[in-house]
Design a protein around this ligand. Structure first.
Ligand SMILES: Cc1ncc(COP(=O)(O)O)c(C=O)c1O
Ligand SMILES: Nc1c(O)cccc1C(=O)C[C@H](N)C(=O)O
Length: 381
């Protein structure tokens, strides 16, 4: 198999199977409830958060783990809106992943204070940052095109206009160098099942800039974000620091898989990963353009403006992708007409790229995709 879908679900790292089975047998099985203390399950969200922090330029103790990314988006958004009570606009772009926009719509309905979700074209975000905007919420790497927003420039513009900046790093963490502390944003969130290889349903992360955290009153005020969860007070009192963004019981099995998966990043420099990623995406684009004239590049041509994924448009993109998958070249399809490929240098090399293009060119040259069995849409694409 040539796996070019690590931008949606990373593969199984070799260490994870034994890490999970040891956790189940030696911790859960042997220690039962004592595991919360003797195996430090309670400390896992912070421990794993610190591992991720090293990959995204966040200081120790500024990231915690748990829940899904959609939930973490909601937490960051509600905190951001609360920080700017006099402003009513949440600004985002049409390249954002829909769940982020849906969470904003849900929050606005619940607040019922006249907030507006303003969605502009990706290229228009900078100009749309005005003094009406409470929060700018942007996914750094566009899930369809792979186009990259400049985190430092946009954060600076947002803050100069008095707005709070939230970055969604779902398609950035483990894919492109990120400097959260350097860019100065107030919030960042991301998932761990893509480039970080944490497995299906792996928990999300949330970063809050240290000086901001103490002012946040969490909207999801669960007991594990309480200052003293085991005091079982009847009233909520937020924990000190980033722990207040925890909600409930950590997903220990998923965090164990993720913690093991993250060990492969030890000694890996993001700059090296980025250089290899650029080489792979450049090779893929030049090979496809030379050999597959029916395909039109949808991603930015300049690698400086592209993440670690490449999309091409084809009118029958769904069927083309199904034919590729049937030949064990795995990418995915995004409506209405995009075939999307992720390039993950930890396990993809030049031979994978040229091998994938060999199959793609054959499928197009011989219209292999023009078959009813490749046209029928499945439930998850
Ligand atoms: C940019 C972005 N935001 C949010 C989500 C939603 O994440 P989750 O399903 O983990 O809530 C995804 C992926 O599904 C995504 O790519
Ligand atoms: N999270 C996913 C899932 O649970 C099922 C299928 C796909 C996903 C994804 O992550 C999709 C992904 N955010 C995307 O970029 O399209």
């Amino acid at each position: 198999m040539i796996y070019l879908d690590g931008n949606s679900l990373g593969p199984l790292p070799k260490s994870v199977d034994s890490a999970l089975s040891s956790m189940v047998t030696d911790q859960w099985g042997a220690h039962l409830i004592k595991g919360w203390n003797v195996d430090d399950w309670m400390g896992q969200p912070m421990r794993v958060g610190n591992m991720i922090g090293k990959l995204v330029g966040a200081p120790e103790g500024s990231i915690t783990m748990g829940d899904t990314l959609s939930v973490k988006v909601y937490q960051a958004l509600s905190a951001g809106v609360q920080m700017r009570p006099d402003r009513k606009v949440i600004l985002s772009d049409s390249g954002n992943f829909p769940s982020d926009l849906y969470m904003a719509q849900g929050l606005i309905a619940q607040l019922d204070q006249g907030h507006e979700l303003r969605v502009v074209e990706p290229d228009d975000v900078m100009d749309a940052i005005t003094d009406e905007v409470a929060v700018v919420m942007i996914t750094q790497v566009d899930y369809r095109s792979g186009a990259v927003h400049d985190m430092a420039a946009m954060t600076a513009k947002a803050q100069a206009a008095g707005a709070v900046m939230i970055w969604d790093l779902a398609h950035s963490a483990g894919a492109v160098p990120v400097d959260l502390a350097g860019c100065g944003c107030e919030f960042a969130v991301g998932c761990t099942y893509k480039y970080l290889n944490g497995g299906p349903g792996a928990p999300a992360f949330i970063y809050v800039r240290p000086y901001v955290i103490e002012d946040i009153k969490p909207a999801l005020s669960g007991w594990l974000g309480h200052d003293a969860p085991f005091a079982f007070d009847l009233d909520y009192r937020p924990a000190m620091g980033i722990e207040r963004m925890r909600v409930g019981t950590p997903p220990v099995l998923q965090l164990t898989a993720l913690e093991s998966a993250l060990a492969v990043w030890d000694g890996v420099e993001m700059a090296d990963v980025r250089a290899a990623s650029v080489r792979l995406t450049e090779l893929f684009i030049s090979e496809v353009e030379a050999r597959c004239p029916e395909l039109t590049l949808f991603s930015p041509r300049d690698p400086a403006h592209r993440g670690s994924q490449v999309s091409f448009a084809h009118a029958e993109g769904y069927a083309v992708m199904q034919a590729l998958i049937a030949r064990d070249v795995i990418g995915d399809f995004r409506a209405p007409n995009l075939i999307r490929f992720g390039f993950t240098p930890l396990y993809i090399d030049d031979a994978d790229v040229t091998g994938a293009v060999d199959v793609l060119a054959d499928i197009l040259d011989n219209r292999v995709w023009d078959d009813p069995k490749y046209m029928a849409k499945s439930r998850v694409t």
